[in-house]
Structure formats: structure tokens, C-alpha cells
Design a protein around this ligand. Structure first.
Ligand SMILES: Cc1cc2nc3c(=O)[nH]c(=O)nc-3n(C[C@H](O)[C@H](O)[C@H](O)COP(=O)(O)OP(=O)(O)OC[C@H]3O[C@@H](n4cnc5c(N)ncnc54)[C@H](O)[C@@H]3O)c2cc1C
Ligand code: SF4
Length: 336
């Protein structure tokens, strides 16, 4: 059985206090929310913080407020988000993505804030200490080479959050609290340059709230590909949000891919292609053919990377068909 390494647990009462403790302890400290990602990673010695700053008792980071825009406390559990009646009715893609994370017990403990901050993943990294030692480690932890792309000076571990693509598609923002004050940034700006520095926020900043604009008049969805129907992380996620004019022409379109790069990928060219067009089967096929191009899956997740890339095209088409009210089942099947 894998055991947690020793650490000191400090329960913070305010977000500012949490940020101060994190700043005082530098790289030795990390925040912990539900612990559903952090604790397994610590057991595998992917990270060994000496101080964990608990966010459970922090004031003002719980609850869901759907009065106008949607405000999610970072400590709202994925189950709370997935089952909230307002979220299901007015932000269905948020509820769907939260409800597709892992399995019910982990959604009961895992939080929406932790989901946006979840570590990037790679088959060479999400392994026990013993396994990683046997292959000489990699540069995300303890080593100096990328085992997926040995010539690369960059880590290609995959962004694997189910809710991040949806939040970006909906134009959501987050509040980050540091020792000296707070700031609000777009979720699209939360992500960093590679699979190691995968968050752009400062390490001592605590994510306290997620703000999702009112998206009345938009059609949205999220689709997830994984081997099993539960537990598995996404090997592909597709979030789509579309607003049509009264004449049925695309006024605005957002397409965001998850688990195909070190951060969620916005398919800007496909979005631009759709603007001003009728959302019919032909436009959808062409948009999907553009949208999957920036996907960069490598051989470091479940199933073949070439198949995952081809599936990106199919799943974008399915997601666009879903929001257009067209059948999704008659697209070609792709074998792994
Ligand atoms: C078997 C298994 C399957 C899983 N499947 C999925 C899946 O399908 N999809 C998916 O998206 N995730 C999956 N996960 C990962 C995880 O369960 C979820 O991402 C969950 O939402 C993480 O939330 P948490 O509160 O448990 O975060 P924690 O584990 O507490 O923290 C995760 C990371 O975020 C940081 N953090 C947490 N909260 C904050 C905050 N408020 N401010 C700043 N930093 C913060 C922590 O320091 C840590 O680095 C899976 C995990 C396991 C073990
Ligand atoms: S992509 Fe490379 S450096 Fe990053 S975790 Fe995988 S093997 Fe390690």
C-alpha cells in the first residue's frame, strides 16, 4: 500500500491567511481542497510538500450563487455543482462537465476550484516512485529529460481538467487571493506555458471564486472521451458554446479542447469560420476539420495519440451537432 509522506497540516480561516502561510513556506507548501488529486500524487511522491494549507474552513469559498451570473465558491464540490438545479438549467455544460469527473465518491470530495488547478498528467509521471525510479525519472519530477519527447526542453503532460474547457468556452473568470490583495483573471489566462509550470497564477495565490457570465441565449455542451464510462480522466474533452441570431446564423462560437495539450486549446480559426454561417451539417463538418488541427496529443495518455487526434475532429462535430439540434450518431466510427 502506498502511504502519504509526512506533512504538517495548517487549517486556514481566511484566503488571505492561507496565501500568507503559502508565501512564508515557499515551495515547501501547497494548498489542499478535497485532496482527491493531491493525496494520490503525494502517495506516488510526485510532490512532497512539507506543509499543506487546508482550505476547508476558509470563509467565503463555499456555496453556489446563481443570481444573474453564476458565482461558484472554489470549495463547492463537483457533486454540488453537477446537481444544482440552477446550474443544470442555465449552465448545463458546467453541470455536465462537473458530473463527468471521475466517480461519485471523488465528486463528493473533489472541488470545482481543485478541478481547475488539477495537475497535468502523463503516463510516465502518474506512476509510483518505484516505477519512475526504474526508468530514471523525467523532468516533471526528479529527472532531467522528457521521456515522451526526449529532444524537447518542455514537458508535454496533458491538461486533464474536465471543467476548464467549459469555463473557457463560457468566458468565466476566477478570483485569486494573494497575501497582499486579490485580482480577477480570465480562466483562459490561468494556465501556464508547459506541463510543469501548468498554472500561470503565483504559487501562493488561492483561487476563491469562479464567475461565469449569464449565458442565456447560448447553446452549450461538453463531451468527454475516456476508456471507461466512469473514474477515468478525459483523453479528450470538447466544450462548445454557440449563440445564433434569430435567422439561425452563428453570431458567436466558442470551441475549446481539453486533454490534447498542456493547457486547454481554443480553436480560434474554427470559431472565426463559423461566425456568420448557418449551423448546418456542412458548416459543422468544415469547422470540425479546422478545429482539431491545434490538438497536439502525444504518446503519453490512454489509447493511441493518432486516434485521439482523429477523435477530436469527430467529437467537435458531434458537439456542434448537439447544440444545433442535429443527430450525433451518424458520424463515422473511428477505431482505436
Ligand atoms: C481515480 C481518479 C480519477 C479522476 N478522474 C478525474 C476526471 O475524470 N476528470 C478530472 O477533471 N479530474 C479527475 N480526477 C482528479 C480530481 O479528483 C479532480 O480534478 C478534483 O476536482 C480535484 O479537486 P480537489 O478539491 O480534490 O483538489 P485537490 O486534490 O485538493 O488539489 C488539486 C490541486 O489544486 C490545488 N488547489 C486546490 N484547490 C485550490 C484552490 N482553491 N486554490 C489554489 N490551488 C488549489 C492543490 O494545491 C493541488 O495542486 C481524478 C482523480 C482520481 C484519483
Ligand atoms: S511529458 Fe515528458 S517531462 Fe512531462 S511528465 Fe511526461 S515524460 Fe515527464
Amino acid at each position: 500500500m502506498l502511504r502519504l509522506p509526512p506533512f504538517r497540516y495548517v487549517a486556514a480561516r481566511t484566503a488571505r491567511e492561507a496565501a500568507r502561510i503559502l508565501a512564508d513556506n515557499g515551495p515547501d507548501a501547497m494548498p489542499v481542497a478535497g485532496g482527491t488529486d493531491l493525496f494520490p500524487n503525494m502517495k506516488r511522491r510526485q510532490m512532497t510538500p512539507k506543509v499543506l494549507v487546508g482550505l476547508r474552513d476558509v470563509a467565503g469559498v463555499h456555496g453556489i450563487d446563481a443570481n444573474g451570473a453564476l458565482r461558484l465558491g472554489a470549495m463547492a464540490t463537483l457533486t454540488e455543482v453537477a446537481e444544482d438545479a440552477n446550474v443544470r438549467e442555465r449552465w448545463p455544460a458546467v453541470a455536465k462537465a462537473a458530473g463527468l469527473v471521475s466517480s461519485p465518491p471523488l465528486r463528493n470530495a473533489g472541488t470545482i476550484g481543485g478541478n481547475l488547478c488539477v495537475d497535468t498528467r502523463c503516463n510516465y509521471y502518474n506512476q509510483s516512485e518505484f516505477w519512475r525510479a526504474s526508468i530514471g525519472y523525467c523532468m516533471k519530477r526528479d529527472g532531467d529529460v522528457c521521456l515522451v519527447a526526449p529532444g524537447s526542453d518542455k514537458c508535454w503532460a496533458l491538461s486533464s481538467s474536465d471543467t476548464a474547457p467549459v469555463m473557457i468556452a463560457l468566458g468565466a473568470e476566477v478570483t485569486l487571493v494573494g497575501p497582499e490583495g486579490e485580482r480577477r483573471i480570465a480562466v483562459r489566462d490561468l494556465y501556464g506555458p508547459d506541463g510543469i509550470a501548468y498554472l500561470a497564477k503565483r504559487p501562493e495565490e488561492v483561487l476563491t471564486r469562479i464567475h461565469v457570465p449569464d449565458r442565456a441565449g447560448w447553446a452549450t455542451t461538453y463531451r468527454k472521451v475516456r476508456r471507461r464510462g466512469s473514474i477515468d480522466f478525459p483523453i479528450l474533452g470538447v466544450a462548445v458554446a454557440v449563440r445564433l441570431t434569430a435567422a439561425g446564423v452563428v453570431d458567436e462560437a466558442r470551441i475549446v479542447l481539453g486533454a490534447v495539450h498542456t493547457a486547454p486549446v481554443e480553436a480560434g480559426d474554427a470559431e472565426a469560420f463559423l461566425r456568420g454561417r448557418r449551423l448546418d451539417a456542412e458548416a459543422i463538418e468544415m469547422a470540425a476539420g479546422i478545429a482539431y488541427k491545434p490538438a497536439k496529443p502525444l504518446d503519453n495518455a490512454d489509447l493511441g495519440y493518432a486516434w485521439r487526434k482523429r477523435m477530436a475532429r469527430i467529437e467537435v462535430a458531434r458537439a456542434l451537432r448537439e447544440v444545433a439540434g442535429l443527430p450525433t450518431g451518424d458520424l463515422p466510427a473511428v477505431t482505436a
